[in-house]
Design a protein around this ligand. Structure first.
Ligand code: SAH
Length: 305
């Protein structure tokens, strides 16, 4: 069987999230500190007021263990909570933390009412198409029997030097465009450069270590950097800003200090977590935050600068 790389990645990740415990392989921001989800809950509360609507549904795409939403709901109470999640196993974990959520396979079935959507490390798990520039022109990558195969493509790509790789995340572009058509507000937190860049960013993590993406599909989490500039061409956006600027402006350190004083036995852990989320050499700089909103919407919290 030969399949296009994005089809391979989609199949491999569906198998991975269905069968594995992703948090044994990688740690995400909401798993590091409860303050992450609390700040996003506070953000949603203010955005809800800015939208001038009393009934807002809060949607999360790719909620993982459900901890981000559980933390956010201590700060903000939306009219309803919707989860977009394919993995039955993760849905069970999410139901333990947020029993009243309503689950969906995709955005298509989420009700058309005023919406705030949040997504942390969701877009990076969606499948990318990969193109390689050869002497004869651009080729697209396919996978056959665990190896890359290249076939000519009609895709209209900039004329990069021979050997260059370009990635296009059509699922992420479609998701963001669909959200924008609904005039929803979306908050996307993910890793990737602010400017589109040539180069291969696909990586696989198996048992907490870098692995070969094509080996044993379903045993590793395959991700690609998010191309924020490309997303900004299909929707009106604010940002991206670096995660450390965003979290700092929402009050990460004040909230951390408050919790540390109330819980001295956890003070050190809380402070280390805040540093990990913001240090440029940890998650503060490579991770970006971008909001999707209708054109003309005033600056959202964390995006004022
Ligand atoms: N947001 C969580 C989990 C990130 S892992 C956190 O920050 O900890 C990626 C999440 O996206 C998982 O919940 C995974 O099951 C989900 N996911 C991946 N591809 C998906 C798809 N195509 N549709 C819906 N959910 C998807």
């Amino acid at each position: 069987m030969m399949e296009r790389f994005d089809q391979f990645m989609e199949r491999a990740n569906a198998a991975y999230y269905a069968a594995r415990d992703p948090f044994a392989d990688f740690v995400t921001a909401p798993e590091i500190s409860q303050v992450f989800g609390e700040l996003i809950g506070g953000w949603a509360k203010i955005v809800c007021q800015m939208m001038g609507s009393r009934t807002i549904q809060l949607v999360e795409a790719g909620p993982g263990s459900g901890v981000l939403m559980a933390d956010a709901l201590r700060v903000f109470t939306p009219a309803s909570v919707h989860f977009i999640e394919l993995s039955p196993r993760l849905r069970e974990a999410q139901a333990r933390r947020v029993p009243h959520a309503i689950w969906h396979d995709s955005l298509a079935t989420v009700p058309h009412v005023p919406t705030i959507l949040i997504a942390n490390e969701f877009l990076d798990a969606l499948p990318v198409r990969q193109f390689v520039r050869r002497a004869a022109g651009w080729m697209e990558r396919y996978v056959e029997a665990g190896a890359y195969v290249e076939l000519p493509t009609d895709m209209d790509l900039a004329d990069d030097p021979e050997g260059s790789v370009r990635e296009i995340n059509e699922s992420a572009l479609a998701f963001v465009a669909q959200l924008a058509r609904r005039r929803a507000i979306g908050l996307f937190i993910d890793y990737g450069p602010a400017q589109s860049a040539a180069g291969e960013s696909v990586q696989a993590i198996r048992d907490g270590e870098y692995a070969e993406p094509l080996a044993e599909p379903g045993s590793a989490d395959i991700t690609a950097h998010v191309d924020f500039a490309a997303l900004a061409r299909v929707a009106h956006v604010q940002g991206p800003v670096k995660q450390n600027a965003f979290l700092t402006s929402l009050g990460l350190f004040q909230r951390t200090d408050f919790l540390a004083q109330k819980n001295p036995e956890r003070a050190e852990t809380l402070r280390l977590a805040a540093r990990r989320l913001t240090a440029p050499e940890a998650m503060g700089s490579l991770f970006k935050v971008m909001a999707v909103c209708p054109p003309g919407f005033p600056p959202l919290p964390g995006f004022e600068a």
